[in-house]
Design a protein around this ligand. Structure first.
Ligand SMILES: Cc1cc2nc3c(=O)[nH]c(=O)nc-3n(C[C@H](O)[C@H](O)[C@H](O)COP(=O)(O)OP(=O)(O)OC[C@H]3O[C@@H](n4cnc5c(N)ncnc54)[C@H](O)[C@@H]3O)c2cc1C
Length: 232
């Protein structure tokens, strides 16, 4: 294991699985990290934040104050080993994007960006899907992987990156406020032909996910078009 700081409370962790040539998962899935506490094992799920390839994978984690497992992970030192359960989960691309004109809007707050980083880095170079990513955080320095997403947006015209900040500094000239207030702008990029060809993927804390789901249903999206993962 190795890690680097993305923002004061968020670290990017990299793990290598010894004795395995290829770590098999579908972008968007999570692994569970297991920690032995007082003879009992506790586990928490974490979305894989990296694309497929080789025997490595990454996680993007925030330190939850007094949180049992996030504190354990933040205390690890380079080279330490952890136990994990195999990848699971259905927060994965429903359709081959591009197939039958299918498009997607990704909506994330905070470390909810992790599964989208995995999907984008994996799928964009292979199939150039039509995707708009709306990403909300509190502070500009909390825009995790910002340079990577900006680079992808300049490399692939099919990909649009829309960051928004709720507590902007004076120098910030971009979008401000919560992701909810930019929903229409993000949807407009992909719904030129109507909403029936667009799937919306939402990941983050419950309050935001439930709010966005409600807004999407109000705009006529069917529940099968709304795919979501709640972190709490
Ligand atoms: C499918 C899935 C994927 C996840 N992927 C990620 C990921 O990629 N990165 C990541 O940082 N976390 C992720 N989480 C959250 C993670 O599993 C843990 O819940 C989180 O690390 C807190 O665990 P803990 O043992 O440190 O805290 P606990 O001791 O379990 O205490 C958690 C308490 O903190 C609150 N809380 C505050 N902020 C958060 C938060 N961000 N997440 C969860 N609970 C919070 C909860 O409501 C709860 O009361 C994911 C959760 C799910 C269900």
């Amino acid at each position: 294991m190795n890690w680097k700081e993305l923002s004061p409370e968020v670290h990017h962790f990299e793990f290598e699985i010894p004795g395995v040539e290829h770590f098999s998962f579908t972008p968007g899935q999570f692994i569970s990290v297991i920690e032995p506490v007082d003879g009992k094992e506790i586990a928490r799920p974490y979305s894989i934040a990296s694309p497929r390839g080789g025997n490595r994978f990454s996680l993007c984690l925030n330190r939850v104050p007094d949180g049992v497992l996030s504190t354990y992970l933040f205390d690890l030192k380079p080279g330490d080993e952890v136990k994990i359960h195999e990848p699971l989960g259905y927060f994965t691309l429903r359709q081959t994007l591009g197939h039958l004109g299918r498009r997607a809007v990704f909506i994330a707050t905070g470390t909810g960006i992790a599964p989208f980083r995995s999907m984008l880095l994996d799928h964009l170079p292979k199939t150039q899907p039509r995707v708009t990513l709306l990403f909300g955080v509190r502070y500009e320095q909390g825009l995790l992987y910002r340079e990577e997403f900006e680079k992808l947006a300049s490399q692939y015209p099919e990909f649009h990156f829309m960051p928004t900040i709720t507590r902007p500094s004076e120098s910030w000239t971009g979008r401000t406020g919560r992701v909810q207030s930019h929903l229409d702008e993000a949807l407009a990029v992909e719904t030129g032909d109507g909403i029936s060809t667009v799937d919306v993927y939402v990941c983050g804390l419950k309050e935001m996910v439930d709010d966005v789901r409600k807004e999407l249903k109000r705009r006529g999206f069917d529940r099968t078009q709304i795919i979501y993962e709640k972190y709490d």
